[in-house]
Design a protein around this ligand. Structure first.
Ligand SMILES: [Zn+2]
Length: 249
């Protein structure tokens, strides 16, 4: 990982021609790289977070774009797995020009929207539109010949997303919470993207199956709060239930 970071630092430094006083940008990049690295699960987590980020101000847009570029770098440098569907091309004139980087920063919100819509469509329908440019092909060490992704930064980013999703294959899950449907890297039979969604579903299911118990629990909480406020002996009334009105009397 450290050597990759050094390589990137070299590549990035020469490509971007950032003046010395922008070393903070490089520092930020290294932090970003350490976050998602070359590991497919970690890159998916980064991607899921990327589509929900607030990119309104310039700094946020720059940071997100630089991280997206690192996403492309790591897709290029990651080991070509057995399910890899494509290779990400090396840095050529299409992207080496600093103007291309500025162009990417200026259009990051559009790219984010396109990726968000594509991932949503993919989660719901199993298909999506997220076009990238294929500029050639390349033979990989195991003998397969794979299409080579090129074009501008966003084309390469979209190609890297396609490569990641293909690489994850069956371990790619869609959160079973209908309001979420985020993609996630599944371990075993995990149905939800995280504890928040699984807890939310458990609560909803419990409420559906035991509407009276939920109501009783709420009332008990209310009684405790009122007694704490007004004293132990206070008698706490209860609003009528819509369906089982008479039980409380
Ligand atoms: Zn979820």
């Amino acid at each position: 990982m450290i050597s990759v970071a050094r390589t990137l630092k070299g590549v990035y430094g020469s490509v971007m021609r950032y003046p010395d006083n922008r070393s903070d940008v490089l520092e930020g990049l290294m932090v970003a790289l350490a976050q998602f690295g070359l590991d497919a699960d970690a890159r998916l987590n980064w991607l899921v977070g990327f589509v929900d980020r607030d990119l309104k101000d310039r700094e946020a847009a720059e940071a997100a774009t630089h991280e997206a570029m690192l996403f492309v770098f790591s897709a290029r440098m990651a080991k070509v797995g057995p399910r890899a569907p494509a290779r990400i091309g090396g840095l050529d004139d299409d992207v080496r020009d600093p103007r291309q980087v500025r162009e990417a920063v200026a259009s990051v919100e559009r790219a984010q929207r396109e990726v968000r819509q594509a991932l949503k469509a993919f989660a719901v329908d199993g298909r999506c539109t997220l076009p990238f440019k294929v500029v050639g092909w390349e033979r990989v060490p195991d003998g397969r010949v794979l299409p080579l992704v090129g074009g501008d930064w966003w084309s390469r980013f979209y190609g890297a997303i396609f490569a990641l999703v293909s690489e994850l294959g069956r371990t790619l899950g869609v959160c079973a919470n209908a309001k979420c449907q985020r993609l996630f890297a599944r371990s075993k039979r995990q149905a939800y993207c995280g504890p928040r969604c699984s807890q939310r579903e458990r609560t909803l299911r419990f409420r559906e199956m035991h509407p009276d118990r939920v109501s009783d629990q709420r009332h008990a909480t209310y009684v405790r709060a009122q007694r704490k406020r007004l004293g132990e002996k206070v008698s706490v009334g209860r609003a009528r239930r819509a369906k089982t009105q008479d039980r409380e009397r």
